[in-house]
Write a protein that binds this ligand. Structure first.
Ligand SMILES: *[C@@H]1O[C@H](CO)[C@@H](O)[C@H](O)[C@H]1NC(C)=O
Ligand SMILES: *[C@@H]1O[C@H](CO)[C@@H](O)[C@H](O)[C@H]1NC(C)=O
Ligand SMILES: *[C@@H]1O[C@H](CO)[C@@H](O)[C@H](O)[C@H]1NC(C)=O
Ligand SMILES: *[C@@H]1O[C@H](CO)[C@@H](O)[C@H](O)[C@H]1NC(C)=O
Ligand SMILES: *[C@@H]1O[C@H](CO)[C@@H](O)[C@H](O)[C@H]1NC(C)=O
Ligand SMILES: *[C@@H]1O[C@H](CO)[C@@H](O)[C@H](O)[C@H]1NC(C)=O
Ligand SMILES: *[C@@H]1O[C@H](CO)[C@@H](O)[C@H](O)[C@H]1NC(C)=O
Ligand SMILES: *[C@@H]1O[C@H](CO)[C@@H](O)[C@H](O)[C@H]1NC(C)=O
Length: 786
């Protein structure tokens, strides 16, 4: 191990009681990952990946869709979410150094992970100089092993002496196995059950799954004595029940007497392969091995009831109980075991020579080799294993750091091996897995193979949102924004802050109370927003295509208008300014201003300011004062204000009004039987008057003459009609008719009187009668013409 690495690793381990590792997954397109598809809850958001954070702030992006709360922490802050309201659990690694040990450091690590994130930590493993050693002889005592068994007495004692060099305290134990004592593995003929070897005139023991004979002891006298007593047994088929026996020897810690501080060596001596898990189905045994100890009076009691363990199960139990296995098998079966040991951690395979002649060397070599191999296995609870991944990189004392290698070989006593262990979390526990949800921690065990110590890694899963940094609810009810799951009192406070005092509804029934803040529902009609989701942009009256006329907000279905506006849809200005007609009167004094528009007092009136009145008899009359003012201007030349008051209208003078205006025009009586024709043009900015330059006057004599001739004509016509009626009665029809026609044609000036209104005044104003009374020639006309 290079010195920099040593120093680095030591630094990490000694100084880091709390170290945080922030893992960044692919940082690009964090936005997309967090917001698509839409995340509707904090939890969903966090599950998107380590880049995604959730904003709990009540007023965050008021009215925006709830999924906008899920984004990268940086983006949320840019959008105005305060840091304390951001739920963004980081990856944390906390190393508890209070538990110390001489071999494995640290012993206790707690990490916090969230889906998609990973955390790394370093575990140091140190090999000690001398260990106490427990060696358990697990010997296959089928008939073929007779020779080996005989030799074990001397070899065993010799081995004890040899091992004293490598161990501070060497102890041994002994157990034997054959096979499951059921057909077809053994001969169940009555004569063979008690003595399977009766055919050969040998006194054999009955077959047995596993018998634990000698617990671990340092009394070699006793060991020798026990071996001497051993007799072989017999069975039918070739494979033996080795796995069954190994599992019991591993898990029956107390019975076997494994010392916790010692290295555990399980020496399996056999000349046959072992049965595998499903083999026992042949004997009708279908109960899977439960991996527990079932020793009764030193005999494996479930041998005939439980299947053989699987290789995986065996590997797990060997690792768990810190057992190194040494297979001493004869040449014939070497290949079979070679394939097997790859699946079992901490295993050594050696060839067992006839009469166990090289057993001493084999065990000593195995022990040295096993101790010089330092590797770790990481165990995750089975039910949770699919949600985590683990990668291990060993920093070996020789300086190699091959990634993915979990083992260093040739490690000398006193040397240290460092393991960089990375744990990643794939997903949170499934919701349906209700029981697991209450277990926020998942335990991982980093187990150096064959060591009596291990590192416990407690993984806290950041799968439930805790309301950002706002803290627990009861600490600060004002600020608390905790999601459900908090205690009831806190929850009530939270619900209260979502309740509209006026309506008594929580979030107006259109949202959910999340951490004390309303999160409004999404509607296809539009956006719902507001503190209590009381506002929206669709349920209020429209005005000119704008909700609330663009002058208000829609609150609980009613427009709440801005200042200066009123009405159901805020379409009405409060001030009557828009009703002021040009003369400074509201609606020309002819109506009321309602919602910024004139409502005329009389239905005959119309126009924006009630200034029009087509059928009013005095439509012309209303302008008389104006005409009068203008016509009399010459008399009161200085009084311009007088005219401004009576009419602000534009006034123009025209020569021949009948030619200019074909429609109706008004007459103004200027006195002395004179009339002035004028026309009122309703322009948008106010009335425009065109006044005839010429007054039309009738003298009283002429007027009388006209009246007289009309009277006479009426009388003559009356008499004429009477005569005609009489003639008709007498039969003289045709002559009279011609007379009438002739009579009327003599007076063309009285012909068609199509305009009954003006007929009375339709007298030609004689050119020789200038407008002596009104002095029109004195009026300054210059700029009054249009
Ligand atoms: C460290 O471990 C000890 C023993 O298990 C425990 O009492 C202590 O609370 C732990 N400290 C931390 C910070 O986890
Ligand atoms: C016992 O071991 C010694 C060396 O330690 C060896 O010389 C001797 O032959 C061995 N005896 C047997 C019976 O294996
Ligand atoms: C060792 O075992 C033998 C036989 O079982 C016994 O007689 C002897 O007392 C034991 N020695 C010790 C030290 O326990
Ligand atoms: C593990 O073994 C070591 C060395 O023999 C010993 O000091 C330590 O106490 C043992 N640990 C446990 C937990 O038994
Ligand atoms: C006996 O065992 C030793 C140590 O395992 C080994 O080196 C040797 O080759 C073995 N002898 C034979 C004949 O296999
Ligand atoms: C260091 O040890 C590893 C495994 O223990 C081995 O694979 C590697 O070849 C060794 N490297 C050197 C330079 O000795
Ligand atoms: C441990 O492994 C992780 C992931 O492979 C890596 O990011 C980290 O840098 C490694 N630590 C050391 C000290 O090499
Ligand atoms: C009268 O009205 C005219 C035209 O609108 C304006 O130019 C003039 O100043 C007004 N006179 C007074 C005294 O207001």
């Amino acid at each position: 191990m290079s010195s920099w690495l040593h120093r680095y690793c030591n630094l990490v381990l000694r100084s880091a009681v709390l170290l945080s590792v922030f893992a960044f997954a692919s940082s690009h397109s964090a936005d997309n990952k967090c917001s698509s598809p839409l995340a509707l809850t904090c939890q969903e958001c966090l599950n998107r990946g380590p880049d995604c954070a959730w904003c709990f702030q009540k007023s965050f992006l008021d009215g925006a869709h709830i999924s906008k709360r899920c984004d990268s922490a940086a983006q949320l802050m840019l959008k105005g979410c305060e840091e304390e309201f951001i739920e963004n659990p980081g990856v944390k690694v906390e190393v508890n150094m209070t538990l110390s040990s001489s071999q494995v450091t640290p012993r206790d690590i707690s990490i916090q992970l969230r889906p998609g994130s990973e955390a790394s930590f370093i575990v140091e493993v140190k090999q000690l100089e001398l260990y106490p050693v427990d060696l358990y002889y697990l010997v296959d005592v089928s008939a073929s092993m007779q020779e080996n068994l005989d030799r074990l007495k001397t070899v065993g004692v010799n081995l004890s002496h040899r091992m004293k060099e490598h161990s501070s305290d060497f102890q041994v134990g002994f157990g034997s196995f054959v096979d499951k004592p059921v057909s077809p593995y053994i001969d169940v003929h009555p004569s063979k059950i008690d003595n399977p070897c009766s055919d050969y005139d040998i006194n054999c023991r009955p077959a047995h799954g596993f018998i634990h004979v000698l617990p671990i002891t340092d009394n070699m006298t006793e060991f020798k004595h026990v071996i001497q007593q051993q007799r072989i047994s017999g069975n039918m088929d070739t494979p033996e029940g080795g796995f069954d026996a190994m599992l019991q020897a591993a898990v029956c810690q107390k019975d076997i007497g494994w010392r916790p501080e010692a290295k555990h060596l399980l020496l399996v001596m056999t000349d046959q392969p072992s049965h595998l898990a499903l083999d026992s189905k042949l004997a009708g045994i279908v109960v899977p091995n439960d991996g527990h100890c079932h020793l009764e009076d030193g005999t494996y009691s479930k041998s005939a009831h439980m299947e053989h363990p699987t290789i995986g199960q065996l590997a797990e139990k060997l690792l768990e109980n810190s057992i190194y296995s040494i297979f001493a098998v004869n040449q014939m079966q070497y290949k079979w075991y070679e394939d097997l040991v790859a699946f079992l951690p901490g295993t050594y395979l050696g060839r067992l020579l006839p009469k166990a002649s090289n057993l001493t060397n084999l065990v000593v070599d195995a022990y040295k080799k096993l101790l010089s191999d330092v590797g770790v296995e990481v165990e995750v609870e089975d039910s949770q294993a699919h949600r985590f991944w683990v990668s291990v990189t060993a920093f070996c004392p020789n300086g190699s750091t091959a990634a993915g290698s979990t083992k260093c070989t040739n490690v000398q006593p006193g040397q240290k091996v460092f393991f960089n262990i990375t744990v990643g979390m794939r997903a949170c526990p499934e919701k349906t897995d209700a029981q697991k949800e209450h277990e926020p921690e998942v335990m991982l065990v980093v187990k150096p193979v064959g060591f009596n110590e291990s590192t416990t890694v407690r993984v806290r899963q950041a799968c439930v949102c805790s309301c950002g940094g706002a803290g627990p609810c009861h600490d600060n009810p004002e600020n608390s924004l905790c999601e459900s799951g908090a205690d009831q009192g806190a929850e009530r406070i939270l619900t209260d802050s979502c309740q509209d005092v006026e309506t008594g509804l929580i979030c107006s029934g259109r949202g959910t109370c999340v951490c004390g803040a309303c999160v409004c529902d999404q509607s296809n009609l539009g956006t719902i927003y507001g503190k209590f989701c009381e506002k929206d942009d669709f349920s209020c009256p429209n005005e000119r295509g704008l909700m609330c006329g663009g002058h208000g907000e829609c609150v609980s279905g009613e427009c709440s208008c801005q200042r200066g506006w009123t009405g159901e849809s805020c379409g009405c200005p409060v001030s009557p300014e828009s009703c002021m007609s040009a003369n400074g009167l509201v609606c020309s004094g002819q109506g009321k201003c309602v919602c910024g528009k004139c409502v005329c007092d009389h239905h005959r009136r119309s126009g924006r300011f009630c200034e029009k009145c087509a059928t009013c008899s005095n439509a012309c009359q209303s302008h008389w004062s104006c005409v009068d003012c203008h016509l009399s201007k010459g008399l009161v030349a200085d009084d311009t204000q007088h005219c401004n008051r009576s009419c602000a209208a534009l006034v123009a003078y025209v020569d021949d009004i009948t030619e200019l205006i074909r429609g109706k025009y008004c007459l103004y009586h200027s006195g002395d039987q004179c009339v002035v024709r004028f026309h009122v043009d309703m322009a948008s900015h106010g009335p425009q008057l065109r006044i005839s330059r010429h007054a039309e006057c009738v003298s009283s004599y002429r007027y009388f003459k006209t009246f007289l001739s009309v009277f006479l004509l009426t009388v003559v016509l009356g008499l004429g009609i009477l005569a005609v009626v009489r003639l008709l009665l007498r039969g003289k029809k045709w002559s009279l008719r011609g007379h009438v026609i002739e009579d009327s044609s003599k007076n063309p000036s009285y012909a068609p009187t199509h305009n009954e209104k003006t007929i009375t005044y339709r007298r030609d104003c004689l050119p020789e009668h200038p407008m002596e009374h009104i002095h029109i020639h004195k009026i300054p006309l210059h700029d009054m013409f249009p």
